[in-house]
Design a protein around this ligand. Structure first.
Ligand SMILES: Cc1cc2nc3c(=O)[nH]c(=O)nc-3n(C[C@H](O)[C@H](O)[C@H](O)COP(=O)(O)OP(=O)(O)OC[C@H]3O[C@@H](n4cnc5c(N)ncnc54)[C@H](O)[C@@H]3O)c2cc1C
Length: 410
């Protein structure tokens, strides 16, 4: 069995600039400290973090960098996960749930600091975040959610519909207003991190499709489909939704998601360019970009089949535009980009980061859930701690082989 399946990760036309030609690949070296497989946002952040520590890093991909799922991301960078804190608390206990969410919150803070210290030009901007009442959390449940967040020390406040509608100029609905969230251009972030990693000595090698891993006395041999190989002391699997199923449990599952974007110059269409999402299933979310596009996403489907997924793009485009018109109280928005992509989730909305059960020197870095960009920051910090042998309590929180407590409560 090959290490990962190859998927058609996305279809349609998205709104981000594709990878530029200046990312020239290098020769695959014979050995290094760490091979990172996957040059999406996860692999890029991991590679930069490790290279900055002075490790000899090789970043491998079967595609050009940042042309996998990352190029389909709508990139709202938030700390509140798909599964509400109150639901997670019912499943695993309030204290444990709070610890996990606080760790995710700190990953956004760390990313903010990293982007600033590296001076990355990736349209990184702090935005207020609105989480609107829906059929997952109604107005009453939002009161419990805000109390749980306050008890965990997380910055959310309840807003009544009239005040929220007036301040943000959208349809009135009760919601949580949170701080500490950001928007970003995911492709620019990934390419910027790879550039910084290369500046610190990391090598970028593509196209190299990794077929299998073999244990050696002093490390892991990474075998590519083109016959090339490399030995590393550690291997990080950051292969996104093309998961290494030999290691990643099936609880981390795939689906399909959809998004549309307007031409530049349409935003601001509501005040403060807040990041907006709904506590609903199916959910709807919206954000603006720095060049004034409006992005709307949601309409997920449980299947993965790429042909079936892409055939639904026109229908999903119309459904998202109609729902956005109601939520945003605007019927004049024109959307000229529409895309579909494979998407990954987990029962508790949290990622799979940790050691592979059967190969000690292999680390998994899978940011499944709607906060994949945040989870890439988290993954890079945790992989660093694992390789350095540091104690990090988060190793149990996001362990790929964790149990999910009373799953029916999630
Ligand atoms: C429509 C959509 C909207 C989203 N919205 C948000 C959002 O608002 N906020 C947020 O935080 N997250 C969001 N996400 C999630 C986030 O975008 C993803 O979690 C993230 O981009 C995944 O990055 P990655 O690096 O893990 O995967 P990828 O970008 O797919 O990178 C993995 C790389 O691994 C390579 N690879 C795989 N197998 C091999 C192999 N055997 N050999 C060599 N290379 C291999 C692939 O070629 C690929 O380039 C969204 C995702 C989608 C699809």
């Amino acid at each position: 069995m090959n290490l990962t399946e190859r998927l058609d990760l996305r279809g349609g036309r998205n709104c981000w600039r594709e990878a530029p030609s200046e990312d020239k690949p290098e020769e695959l070296p014979q050995s290094c400290d760490v091979v990172v497989i996957g040059a999406g946002v996860m692999g890029a952040l991991v590679a930069q973090r490790l290279a900055a520590d002075g490790l000899d890093v090789t970043l491998l991909d079967r595609r050009a960098p940042s042309t996998g799922a990352t190029a389909a991301s709508t990139a709202l960078v938030m700390w509140d996960a798909d599964v509400p804190l109150t639901h997670l608390a019912r499943a695993i206990g309030a204290e444990e749930a709070a610890r996990r969410w606080r760790r995710v919150f700190s990953a956004v803070e760390t990313l903010d600091e990293r982007i600033a210290s590296l001076g990355l030009n990736c349209s990184w901007k702090s935005r207020p975040e609105l989480y609107l009442a829906g059929d997952v959390l109604d107005a009453e449940a939002l009161e419990h959610e805000v109390a749980a967040r306050a008890a965990a020390g997380l910055p959310s406040a309840l807003m009544k519909g009239a005040a929220l509608g007036e301040r943000f100029d959208i349809a009135p609905r009760d919601g949580l207003l949170s701080t500490g969230s950001f928007e970003v251009d995911p492709v620019a972030l990934t390419l910027g991190m790879i550039k910084a990693a290369r500046g610190a000595g990391a090598k970028l090698c593509f196209p190299h499709e990794v077929e299998r891993l073999g244990l050696e006395s002093d490390g892991v041999r990474v075998h590519c489909a083109n016959g090339a190989d490399i030995v590393a002391k550690h291997v990080v699997l950051a292969t996104g939704y093309e998961a290494a199923r030999l290691f990643l449990p099936e609880a981390f599952s795939l689906s399909s998601s959809y998004a549309i974007a307007s031409k530049p110059g349409e935003a601001p269409a509501w005040r403060e360019n807040a990041l907006i999402w709904e506590a609903s299933d199916p959910y709807l979310y919206a954000r603006a970009t720095s060049d004034g596009r409006i992005i709307v996403g949601g309409e997920d489907e449980e299947f993965v089949d790429a042909k079936k997924r892409d055939a639904l793009i026109p229908e999903k485009h119309a459904a998202l535009a109609a729902k956005a018109a109601v939520m945003l109280q605007r019927d004049d928005m024109q959307f000229d980009c529409a895309w579909a992509a494979t998407f990954g989730g987990s029962p508790d909305g949290l990622p799979a980061i940790g050691r592979a059960q059967t190969m000690d020197r292999v680390l998994l870095a899978y940011g499944y859930g709607g906060n994949g960009v945040t989870f890439a920051s988290l993954g890079s910090e945790m992989v660093r701690a694992l390789i350095r042998g540091d104690d990090d309590p988060a190793q149990t929180y996001f362990d790929p082989y964790r149990t999910f407590g009373h799953q029916d409560e999630l």
